[in-house]
Design a protein around this ligand. Structure first.
Ligand code: SAM
Length: 239
C-alpha cells in the first residue's frame, strides 16, 4: 500500500499514520486553520448540515480526531461517539470538549477497519478527512455498513481533486510548496504534511470512491463536490 510516495506493508502504513497524527495532535487545530485559511470550518459546517443530526439519535464520528465534527453534531442534541485509532488525537479532543463545556460525548479508541461496536448500533456514521488515512478503505466501509441500523446514513467529507482549471494548478503549487513549510513552522514537522498532501493526490477520484461505497452495500449514493471537487461530501444509505 502507499504511504505518501513510498510503498510499504499495510502494518507499516498503519504505524506511520499513527506516528503522523501523534506528532501533529497538539498543533492539529491551529494547522487546519493556517492551511485552509479557516475554510475547513465552512466545509465542516456544510457537512453537518447534510448529516442533519437529530436530537437523541446515535451517531458514530469515525476518525473523529480532536472532535470538530462531533462538537457540531452534539449541538443538535445527537448522542455522538467520537472514535479514532489515535489516543493522542482523542486526548486533545477530550481536553477541548472539557474547556468548551461540551458534555454527553462518548470517546472510543478504535480502528475503523475492525470496530468493536455491535451490528446496527448507530443511526448515522460520519468520517471527515479520515478515510484516506485508513489502510484498508474497503474494510472500513464494510464496518460502517455493519454498525449502521437499517435506514442509517453514511457521510464522508474528504479532499478530492478539483476539476476547475487554473485553480487546480494553483492548489497543487500551494500544497506541494507551502503546506510542508507551514507544517515545519507551526508543528515543527514538514514530513507529516508532505504525507498528508501526497495521500490526497492518491485518493481515488470521486466516481471511483462512490463506487466503493456502493460495493460496501450502500444505496442512494451521492457526491457533492465543493470548490470543483477540491473537497467532496459522499453519502449513502443502508436500505
Ligand atoms: N475528523 C477530524 C477533523 O475533521 O478534524 C480529524 C481528521 S484527521 C485529518 C484524520 C484522523 O484519522 C486522525 O485523527 C487519525 O488518527 C485518524 N485515523 C487514521 N487511520 C484511522 C483508522 N484506521 N481508524 C480510525 N481512525 C483513523
Amino acid at each position: 500500500v502507499s504511504f505518501g510516495y513510498q510503498e510499504v506493508s499495510p502494518e507499516e502504513k498503519t504505524r506511520r499514520v499513527g506516528a503522523v497524527f501523534s506528532s501533529v495532535a497538539k498543533k492539529y487545530d491551529v494547522m487546519n486553520d493556517a492551511m485552509s485559511a479557516g475554510l475547513h470550518r465552512v466545509w465542516k459546517d456544510r457537512f453537518v448540515r447534510r448529516v442533519k443530526p437529530r436530537p437523541g439519535e446515535a451517531i458514530l464520528d469515525m476518525a473523529g480526531g480532536t472532535g470538530d465534527i462531533a462538537f457540531r453534531m452534539a449541538r443538535h442534541g445527537a448522542q455522538v461517539t467520537v472514535s479514532d485509532i489515535n489516543q493522542d488525537m482523542l486526548d486533545v479532543g477530550m481536553e477541548r470538549a472539557a474547556r468548551r463545556g461540551i458534555e454527553g460525548l462518548g470517546w472510543s479508541c478504535q480502528n475503523a477497519e475492525e470496530l468493536t461496536f455491535a451490528d446496527r448500533s448507530f443511526d448515522a456514521y460520519t468520517i471527515a478527512f479520515g478515510i484516506r488515512n485508513v489502510t484498508r478503505i474497503d474494510a472500513a466501509l464494510a464496518e460502517a455498513f455493519r454498525v449502521l441500523r437499517f435506514g442509517g446514513r453514511f457521510f464522508c467529507l474528504e479532499f478530492s481533486t478539483t476539476q476547475w482549471p487554473g485553480f487546480k494548478e494553483a492548489y497543487d503549487a500551494y500544497s506541494h510548496h507551502l503546506v510542508p513549510r507551514l507544517g515545519q513552522m507551526i508543528a515543527g514537522d514538514a514530513e507529516s504534511y508532505r504525507y498528508l498532501i501526497e495521500s490526497i493526490r492518491r485518493f481515488p477520484p470521486m466516481p471511483r470512491f462512490e463506487q466503493m461505497i456502493r460495493e460496501a452495500g450502500f444505496t442512494r449514493t451521492k457526491v457533492e463536490p465543493i470548490l470543483g471537487g477540491l473537497v467532496a461530501i459522499h453519502s449513502g444509505w443502508k436500505a
